[in-house]
Unconditional design. Structure first.
Lengths: 117, 112
């Protein structure tokens, strides 16, 4: 099925470990995003990308890194995991092509639940 | 800095009731507003998108309104059903690139 696929769905890390959350989309969308959702809070933007080779920081980028070598893939890297990074991570994509007033709908993945102990 | 607030945080209603969810935003210079639905353990699904030039948008039993000048949007759900039970979030874009700022959501439970 077309859409956004995230792996893994669940992961437990020890403090200081590193890992990569994978995200891939098959809709040929230019824009991709990583959000985190903490309990009782709205989603907060970590990083986003407007196309292959172009990434930029969102609201809460500290402790994370991203890359966008292809249109389809947008992995999120956690270096030196900390308990504050315990959260649910969502990847999303959209076909917005550049106008701020454009309103293409975002397609979200099912989420990756990360616990850092 | 744009901030989005949703009230109530949680709502429990009997089946068949009409209900209203509220969303407010601090910066009225928005281009659009979206309402999403989130089922437990799942990602978000877009329900409705209202452009800044629109006052209302309807989809089936859902009706969303937007009042930019007062910084408010409402999501009206008619004849609620147990299948409507979910978390509903609103979001507005900031800057370039459709980056969204989300409210914390309203957890809705419709009892049969």
């Amino acid at each position: 099925n077309a859409g956004v696929t995230q792996t893994p769905k669940f992961r437990i890390l020890k403090i200081g470990q590193s890992m990569t959350l994978q995200c891939t989309q098959d809709m040929n969308h230019n824009y991709m995003y990583w959000y985190r959702q903490d309990p009782g809070m709205g989603l907060k933007l970590i990083y986003y990308s407007v196309g292959a080779g172009i990434t930029d920081k969102g609201e809460v980028p500290n402790g994370y890194n991203v890359s966008r070598s292809t249109t389809e893939d947008f992995p999120l890297r956690l270096e030196l995991a900390a308990p504050s990074q315990t959260s649910v991570y969502f990847c999303a994509s959209s076909s917005l092509t550049g106008t701020v007033s454009g309103a293409n709908v975002l397609t979200f993945g099912a989420g990756s639940r990360l616990t850092v102990l | 800095k744009q901030e989005v607030t949703q009230i109530p945080a949680a709502l429990s209603v009997p089946e068949g009731e009409n209900l209203v969810l509220n969303c407010s935003f601090t910066d009225s210079a928005i281009y659009n507003l979206q309402w999403f639905r989130q089922d437990p353990g799942k990602g978000l699904t877009s329900l409705l998108l209202i452009q800044s030039s629109q006052r209302e948008q309807t989809s089936g039993r859902l009706n969303a309104s937007l009042d930019k000048s007062s910084g408010r949007s409402t999501l009206y759900i008619a004849a609620s059903q147990p299948g409507d039970s979910a978390t509903y979030l609103c979001a507005v874009p900031v800057e370039y690139g459709n980056k969204l700022v989300f409210g914390a959501g309203t957890i809705l439970r419709v009892k049969s």
